[in-house]
Design a binder for this molecule. Structure first.
Ligand code: SF4
Length: 417
């Protein structure tokens, strides 16, 4: 009797959630739990969940995350370097770019960027992430020269740099073949590429967001060529603007297909659209950014559809904020991203979340959801696991949900009672 009882599997939170879900949702999720690849129709079913179905998606995504990657939540100590905000591309969703004559246009010198990198390393950074606008008169060899300057000074620093849009621009400017251009960047010290400029990998959506941006075919070509040369990349998707859930599913399945061939993606990062200071929103062409349920669905859907092919799903705390980030880390995500030290792109578009989170703050936040913090390298090699809290772990008041709610309330009335 005792033996029979001990053989029975204890009911898990996802068992209960699956029982409450509609059969089409439960069937797709059970298939994902069994390690099978889901197709487009199943993806669309999961992308449109609400209520009990949403809870089932989130619970199963969290369980798949546990099986694929375990209970650690990783982060990288890094610095973002946005070398210029001058750009000719004119993406309607971008609040960052400026014309060359704008009073707040800037182009940091190479010396400044090297100095910022040196400062970052002194503060414990293992990576710099370099991206910028595309100025009209940029020298196509600028990207190479900047890499060389940083690597000459800091040969061990991981340089994660240049979106597929910037690489395509460099190719256009130099008229070199893509492969040769990438080899030149690699030779100059490029370690990996941010998979940004992906937005939604659908040419019709891209035309409405930015007709001048590189096409889906070009994005794929840059990524596949980089992977074939041993240059890994991240992958991203911008959601919460003009797209519909079917676009998320196609985008994720396309990334999964590339990954099956190349194995070159280190992570997937959903990027919620920050609408406040963008033409796209101000002209009435986009919804006002993503909703809370979209945040949960996109992170969970990514975990379920990518199901181990891309092992890491990262939250963008700059776009989500901390409370939402922690919720998404319980909905399939496993990585908190970078400490950043400085981030101007999301801030310029109106994001409220800041410039820098200390590693101790990351760890304190991670412990609030009962997971184990670990510092990683860009390649996801674990540098240190923090089994126990230490003196640097502290959650400042401004990171708490109560402070965020209090700060967004109207001021206290001064008179009238
Ligand atoms: S998103 Fe990038 S390419 Fe587009 S306008 Fe902004 S800086 Fe330029």
């Amino acid at each position: 009797m005792l033996k029979a009882a001990s053989l029975e599997r204890r009911e898990t939170p996802w068992d209960r959630a699956l029982r409450a879900a509609r059969p089409s949702v439960a069937n797709a999720l059970e298939k994902a739990l069994a390690g099978e690849d889901l197709g487009f129709e199943e993806g669309v079913t999961l992308a449109n969940v609400e209520g009990d179905d949403l809870l089932a998606l989130v619970r199963v995504a969290d369980e798949i995350r546990r099986r694929v990657i375990g209970d650690r939540i990783t982060y990288v100590v890094n610095r973002n370097l946005n070398f210029t905000n001058v750009c000719i591309v004119g993406c309607a969703f971008c609040g960052f770019s400026r014309g060359p004559d704008s009073p707040d246009a800037y182009f940091h010198s190479t010396d400044t960027l090297v100095a910022k990198s040196v400062e970052a390393v002194a503060l414990g950074a293992t990576e710099v992430c370099i991206q910028g606008g595309l100025p009209k008169d940029l020298d196509g060899y600028y990207y190479v020269q900047l890499l060389r300057a940083i690597k000459d000074r800091l040969p061990d620093l991981h340089v994660h740099a240049y979106s597929p849009m910037e690489i395509t621009y460099g190719v256009e400017k130099t008229r070199l073949p893509l492969r040769q251009y990438l080899l030149m960047l690699k030779d100059a010290g490029l370690d990996s590429i941010p998979g940004t400029a992906a937005e939604i990998l659908d040419d019709q959506v891209r035309r409405s967001l930015s007709p001048n941006k590189l096409k889906v075919r070009q994005w794929i070509e840059v990524i596949r060529t980089a992977h074939s040369l041993g240059i890994p990349s991240t992958s991203t998707m911008m959601y919460g603007h003009t797209e519909v859930p079917e676009h998320w599913v196609r985008h994720l399945l396309l990334l999964r297909d590339i990954q099956k061939d190349t194995g070159g993606f280190t992570e997937f990062v959903p990027l919620g659209f920050i609408h406040f200071r963008t033409k796209l929103f101000q002209s009435g062409r986009a919804r006002p950014g993503r909703s809370d349920s979209e945040d949960l669905i996109v992170h969970a859907l990514a975990r379920v559809l990518l199901n181990g092919y891309i092992r890491n799903v990262q939250v963008s705390w700059v776009k989500l904020g901390f409370e939402e980030s922690l919720a998404c880390l319980e909905a399939g995500a496993n990585d908190f991203g970078g400490t950043l030290m400085e981030e101007s792109i999301s801030k310029a578009a109106g994001a409220n979340f800041g410039e820098y989170v200390s590693p101790g703050e990351f760890r304190a936040m991670i412990r609030t959801i009962g997971r184990i913090p670990a510092e990683r390298a860009t390649s996801y090699e674990i540098r240190k696991v923090f089994g126990h809290a230490d003196a640097e772990e502290r959650l400042p008041l401004e990171r708490t949900a109560m402070f965020a709610a209090a700060a967004s309330h109207a001021p206290i009335p001064k008179a009238g009672y």
